[in-house]
Design a protein around this ligand. Sequence first.
Ligand code: SF4
Length: 379
Amino acid sequence: MSIASPSGATFELAPYKSLDNETLQARINLVRSQMGSSLMILGHHYQQDEVIALSDLRGDSYQLSKMAAESGDCRAIAFCGVHFMAETADILVNQPSKLAERGGQRVTVILPDMAAGCSMADMAAIEQVEGAWEELGEVIDTSDITPVTYINSAASLKAFCGKHGGIVCTSSNARAVLEWSFKRTSRVLFFPDQHLGRNTAKAMGIPLEAMPVWDPIKDELGGNTPEALKNSKVLLWRGHCSVHQMFTAAHVAMFREKYPGIKILVHPECPMEVVDIADISGSTGKIIREVEQAPPGTKWAIGTELHLVNRLKQEHPEQEVHFLSPVVCMCATMYRIDLAHLCWSLENLAAGTPVNVIKVDEDVAKWSLVALERMLAVK
Ligand code: SF4
């Protein structure tokens, strides 16, 4: 079977949607065998099982980009995740030092479905953050604020942090990043996830009164008084993950009553009321490690994306794994990546007519890298 487009035009998506999974898997595997180690399919933990089965690497967004950047052979990446993840991959794999190692050759990064965005990342647009920074400057000294962006944000926000002495954090190093920030300035502006910011700062002993929430929709000072801003330590952006925000303290109580001895394990993107009463809170990597290392027979109720919890359930039949909610909480945008989109984008890539290429603007990439490198230097 040939996958080259004889006309040089891109293949249309529509016909792929009527193919069955078996055919799509076979065609995806054909591209993988033709491209060999020059192609890396990266699968985020929240992806569907059939996508994970065809991925070369499985991990969280930062891990995946870092591993791809370290691969000497990789010349193309299909990022099965969401838009900001593919941006981060492009920034890291095509940074100047990596380009020099490859004699200037770029790695093509594709996102199989451009509609795979992130509702949390969308809650902080660069124009809103720049506007907030300007308004803050009318009340407090912005040179005494470190802007911190969660890695789940657009590249433009990472670049904003790079330009303003700020930094990126992940859910596993958020505390270390805040500690780094407080050595430099007395305040932090944390975006876009208010919950990760609040949970991390609270664990460091910062009182809630010192964490006003900046609402970009409000006209005046993000809905705050000048006094509240002057007394702040951590300014939280009003953003959240629509998946993790669904878990409640009532869900925790329900599982504890029904399954005595159950351990509640949640992601720090969950609301404070849930994190406060959970047994363990941590990043996706920590959640996986906790389950992997627990003795057989351990009972868990896990508050994170549904696909990951179901996979943990399948891979650890020796333990009892429950999803910490009676309702489905899955990431609808992650779910947009399916075998039809993956096959379509890979065949176009192999035919030399790549579609859905993610290429971050050079200046944005440069400043984003500054903020990412500051994060890497934080111990
Ligand atoms: S799970 Fe939440 S933070 Fe992650 S991609 Fe989906 S909406 Fe964004």
